[in-house]
Design a protein around this ligand. Structure first.
Ligand code: BG6
Length: 568
């Protein structure tokens, strides 16, 4: 049984969060360290602009950019305007909204390591807070190279910019920290220790933008807001789970960073393990920072440690060579700018993990991610067990395949269910069909961007979708044995071992084939393009509910491999 005083404390914290949610902080200052960088221009400011468009920013909201690149308020505003206009994620540019928003953008040219900049920042913040009626709330954002994190935090502390240690009568101070959080377990622990010298854990928001994606939040809604899902979400019914985050892009201009990171640090330690923990978590007591994060932590703690002895049965690594992406020739990884021409860095990995608990014992979780793959797609596939007994007469064209739930994180956000259906006609033939829920069709709107959600949550004091110190450290614990072994040993196949535009090295297919399984994109079972879109009609009713039975699943008669869009 849980220690009763710690559970009372947990409930108090959750209620505190709920109260803060009802009354978002007002008059906040948002300080971005590294404001001249890509992240600010491509993600943070477009997200804030979107919030301005929907009137979700607190009254008196101000941004203070802080970076070493010389700029003044005007040139910063102009650069951010370009970013918003160029962003595919930003709402359409509206000059009136922009002008109103841009008035509150400010810039301080300063070195992250010199105390002068922090003094200037303090003066500007205090000046701006003078007229505030609602308090001096400060949200710091570390968007710099990670090597500066500990220094910036320590200087924030020594300059008296973080004096309140949490909620006080006059306002709050919080800090958002970008990934990567550490480079391995030891450095993550060291970073947590330095940050905790200045900020309490409740003030720290470690960001993983995957958690802000609508579809990732919907995963919890799908699992826990529907009574038919939870009873079958376990080892009794699920054969295995696949989690894929595939990208068509290469390392672009980030060769220098990527050389030191590789795909395990860049995608697995954070995004993929976060997805795994939400797929596998038990129901939390309530939707809030403590309960949700406790249940996710249980999953991370239950992941079976990677055994160096059986590595070839559970892990595959790859690096892309030159190839074709969407009819364009693209260079190999070793030819990218900033990359060592003999680099051993992995740009692809596939991994089989087990979650050793009552719900998931013996169910494999296959994870893979890579750069320069044929499609940009992040999705989770839950493959169910086959029916125990097949009594239909089987002919070669019949396909009795296991049911699949495919959760499309991006793009084409939605969920589909594959099941067998009788082909119309006098005889009993079974064919695979697919019911499809699409966000855009159902809600007639694009999901909001991850950064919009997360920035708003941090301003509102809701940590549910951010990583706690223990989760970051456990995720490093999971990945680190593999990082160490791969660093120390040569790859089984010399690099590069997959051409750009293919689904990674063939060993990734073998990883599943050895278990009698296949990646979803390689699945060769034809699926009738029978789509039941769950859309709302004019009165807001789900259209499917009013359709006649004949309309409910409309088979076009055309069949394509289930990998239609490769991972559709
Ligand atoms: C980032 C990685 O965290 O996630 C990038 O550093 C990667 O290398 C990106 O491209 C993928 O994010 P998304 O949202 O495009 O899947």
């Amino acid at each position: 049984m849980a220690n009763s005083s710690s559970s009372v404390e947990a409930i108090k914290n959750e209620l505190l969060t709920a109260n803060q949610l009802q009354k978002p902080g007002e008059s906040s200052s948002f300080v971005i360290f590294g404001a001249s960088g890509d992240l600010t221009k491509r993600k943070l400011i477009p997200a804030l602009y979107n919030l301005a468009c929907t009137d979700l920013l607190p009254r008196g909201f101000k941004v203070f950019g802080f970076a070493v690149t010389p700029m003044n308020d005007d040139s910063f505003r102009e650069s951010m305007r370009e970013g918003v206009r160029a962003s595919k994620e930003a709402n359409p540019y509206d000059v009136r909204i922009w002008d109103e928003f841009a008035k509150n953008l400010h810039y301080i040219t300063a070195d992250f390591q010199s105390l002068d900049g922090y003094k200037q920042l303090k003066d500007r913040l205090e000046e701006s807070e003078k007229g505030s009626t609602a308090g001096d709330n400060r949200l710091f954002y570390l968007a710099t190279p990670p090597g500066f994190y500990a220094d910036i935090v320590s200087r924030l502390g020594s300059s008296g910019l973080v004096t309140k240690h949490g909620t006080s009568q006059t306002g709050w101070t919080r800090i958002i920290i970008e990934k990567p959080f550490g480079n391995d377990l030891d450095s993550a622990i060291a970073l947590n220790t330095s940050i905790h010298k200045v900020f309490r854990e409740e003030q720290i928001y470690r960001i993983d933008h995957y958690l802000g994606k609508e579809t990732v939040q919907n995963l919890m809604a799908f699992r826990f807001a529907n009574s038919i899902i939870e009873p079958i979400w376990n080892r009794r019914y699920v054969d295995h789970v696949q989690i894929t985050a595939a990208e068509t892009l290469g390392v672009e201009h980030r060769g220098g960073y990527y050389e030191g990171a590789g795909v395990l640090r860049d995608m697995f330690q954070n995004h993929l393990l976060q997805l795994l923990s939400i797929v596998a978590m038990d129901p939390p007591v309530r939707y809030g920072g403590t309960s949700v994060r406790d249940r996710k932590a249980d999953v991370m703690n239950a992941i079976v440690p990677i055994n160096p002895e059986s590595l070839s049965d559970i892990a595959v690594r790859g690096q892309y060579g030159p190839g074709q992406i969407e009819d364009h020739h693209v260079p190999g990884y070793r030819q990218e700018i900033g990359v060592n021409p003999e680099s051993k860095t992995e740009t692809f990995a596939a991994l089989k993990l087990y979650v050793d608990n009552w719900r998931w014992a013996d169910v494999p979780f296959y994870l893979r991610s890579g750069k320069r793959l044929p499609s940009k797609v992040s999705e989770i596939v839950i493959q169910f067990k086959r029916v125990p007994h097949m009594f239909f007469h089987m002919s070669p064209e019949d396909q009795i395949e296991p049911n699949l739930i495919v959760i499309r994180i991006q793009p084409d956000e939605g969920i589909s269910l594959r099941f067998g259906a009788k082909v119309p006609g006098p005889e009993m033939h079974i064919q695979q069909v697919q019911m499809n829920f699409s966000y855009t069709d159902a809600f007639k709107a694009q999901p909001s961007t991850a950064y919009e959600t997360l920035l708003l949550d941090a301003m509102e004091g809701d940590p549910t979708l951010f990583n706690r110190a223990d989760a970051v450290e456990t995720a490093w614990q999971v990945i680190e044995p593999l990082l160490d072994i791969w660093k120390a040993t040569k790859p089984f196949q010399p690099f590069p071992n997959y051409a750009a535009g293919t689904w990674g090295p063939s060993a990734a297919d073998t990883l599943l084939a050895k278990d009698g399984r296949a990646w979803h994109n390689l699945h060769s079972v034809p699926v009738a393009q029978a789509q039941t879109s769950i859309s709302l009609d004019e009165s807001g009713e789900p259209m499917g509910s009013r359709r006649s039975q004949n309309d409910a699943v409309s088979t076009t008669g055309t069949t394509t491999p289930s990998g239609g869009r490769s991972l559709a």
